[in-house]
Design a protein around this ligand. Structure first.
Ligand code: PMV
Length: 322
């Protein structure tokens, strides 16, 4: 069912999906179905650009010029072929303008770009839900990244939903402190599986995250950063609690991560709304309002002059560049 007979390579651009309320753990491993409901926002200014083409030989993916071991992608491409009804192999060259595999959601923008690119290459009119569903097989957070704006991926769901457009909260900013650029040793996929199978707190985490998720949607709807920030903290610290209590434990944090967490706490005590969150890596992402940004940046740069910072705001969904 190739509805794009020209088979010309396609280049697409996606932005990563930052979870405000985390997905952590699978309800079903083979199908990559999430056990917890997540709420996220796409990050403008950070991006992955991927060129996808059809090929007669084997699938091949390069990330920033390096060939990736095929086992990371084989199931994903098999699923794409099955859904799109093609026997073709895919070649993909991907570049990101931010560190990859370092806890900055590069797998969300990476797999979103691959799924979106492959789908557009074969059938440009495919339903958004199918694109999101296919992206999820690569990485559940990628299902959200295929939409842009504020999104949810509910527990047990196969595709993500957009709940608010990227323009819903124009004052919202995300400041990203890059604590360490190098790739992490344990993938989020391995870490969450370890938490599911060994942490005594895993079931409590899964159970408690549903209420947090529902309340966070309301906070987001009402653009209530203080309420959202408090829920974000419960979510990311709950997620890390399952990692600290896994056997063996997983520590993604670096000394600067905890220093930044404490700094946000101190800023809040001084009436400045700086609300941090973290993912499977040492980087700290700080949500704030435009009016507080200058204050926060100055104060962080004075104390963390060795760190690199990236500034973002709610971003859109995938685009076709050529
Ligand atoms: O989608 P994955 O397999 O890369 O896992 C994402 C896990 C977190 O980034 C920690 C949370 C999330 O919801 O994005």
């Amino acid at each position: 069912m190739n509805k794009n007979p020209s088979n010309k390579p396609i280049t697409v651009r996606t932005t990563p999906s930052l979870a405000l309320i985390k997905y952590w753990g699978k309800a079903e491993t083979q199908e990559n179905i999430p056990a917890t409901s997540s709420l996220a926002v796409n990050l403008d200014g950070l991006f992955t650009e991927t060129t996808v083409s059809l090929s007669d030989d084997a699938d091949a993916v390069t990330i920033n010029g390096e060939l990736v071991p095929p086992d990371r992608y084989s199931k994903f491409f098999d699923r794409i072929r099955k859904t799109l009804g093609t026997d073709s192999a895919f070649h993909a060259e991907s570049h990101s303008n931010f560190p990859v595999s370092a806890g900055l959601a590069s797998s969300s923008s990476g797999f979103a770009a691959l799924a979106f690119g492959c789908c557009k290459l074969i059938d440009e009119h495919l339903d958004q839900e199918i694109v999101s569903d296919l992206a999820r097989y690569g990485s559940a957070s990628a299902a959200r990244a295929t939409l842009g704006g504020f999104t949810t991926l509910k527990k047990g769901a196969r595709f993500a939903e957009k709940i608010f457009d990227k323009n819903h909260w124009p004052e919202l900013r995300v400041l990203i402190a890059i604590v360490k650029q190098t790739a992490k040793k344990t993938s989020s996929r391995e870490a969450m599986e370890l938490a599911r199978t060994t942490s005594p707190y895993y079931n409590t985490w899964v159970k408690s995250s549903e209420d947090i998720f529902q309340n966070a949607i309301d906070a987001c709807r009402n653009k209530d950063l203080e309420k959202l920030g408090q829920l974000m903290r419960i979510s990311y610290l709950g997620m890390f609690s399952t990692m600290f209590t896994s056997t063996p434990p997983i520590y993604y944090w670096e000394p600067e991560s905890i220093q930044l967490i404490k700094k946000c706490d101190a800023l809040r005590k001084n009436g400045i709304g700086a609300w941090e969150t973290m993912d499977a890596g040492p980087q700290v992402k700080i949500l704030c309002l435009e009016e507080d940004l200058k204050n926060i940046i100055n104060s962080l740069k004075a104390e963390f002059d060795q760190l690199k910072f990236m500034l973002s705001r709610p971003g859109g969904g995938p685009e076709i560049l050529s």
